[in-house]
Design a protein around this ligand. Structure first.
Ligand code: PRP
Length: 178
């Protein structure tokens, strides 16, 4: 795929992300303080960096699982079709679950994933997203916990890609086409 040249400006620094995750971890710990073993479900691929940093801040017994859903192609357009490409490995009936998303954009992915996992009768299910872009919302959906609300900019880094690049940037960057 040919891409227009672009540069990346820092939108949220690695330091700010780390500080926010410390705060979020405290909130999650209090929400799940009585949970025997929390199932933390990362939505692949974008959440892999966030979930790694988040679980290491959690002073709680956790089990880590992953689910892959897809709503984007390789470009910037979001389709409404959400496909489950890879399901979680574990059973969640009667368990406490935290779904970890990198970004809530149109809201379709998180909405549908929460619906699907909800049908499996977890005792409690909550969601957390590092980023929320409310201007793009198409369904009435908000994560229970959000790291940062951001404007309608095209962002990359800290797990988020543009055509499968830039996931490894340690910060959230804004794409600027040059
Ligand atoms: C992106 C992102 C979120 C989802 C948000 O995932 O990581 O999971 O889209 O969009 P929505 O709110 O409009 O549904 P993507 O499908 O690009 O897969 P990836 O995580 O593998 O990059």
């Amino acid at each position: 795929m040919t891409q227009a040249p672009y540069e990346i400006d820092v939108m949220i620094s690695a330091k700010s992300i780390a500080a926010r995750i410390e705060d979020l971890a405290k909130i999650i710990e209090s929400e799940f303080k009585d949970t025997d073993k929390l199932v933390v479900v990362g939505l692949l691929r974008g959440s892999f960096v966030f979930i790694a940093d988040l679980v290491r801040e959690l002073d709680l017994p956790v089990e880590v699982d992953f689910l892959e859903a897809s709503s984007y192609g390789d470009g910037m357009e979001s389709s409404r079709e959400v496909r489950i490409l890879k399901d979680i490995r574990g059973q969640i009936e009667g368990r406490d679950v935290l779904v970890v998303e990198d970004i809530v954009d149109t809201g379709h992915t998180l909405h549908q994933v929460m619906e699907v996992l909800g049908t499996r009768h977890p005792a409690k299910i909550k969601s957390i997203a590092l980023l929320d872009k409310p201007a793009r919302r198409e369904v009435d959906m908000k994560a229970d916990y959000t790291g940062f609300e951001i404007p309608d900019e095209f962002v990359v880094g800290y797990g988020i890609d543009y055509a499968q690049r830039n996931r490894n940037l340690p910060f959230i960057g804004k794409v600027r086409f040059t």
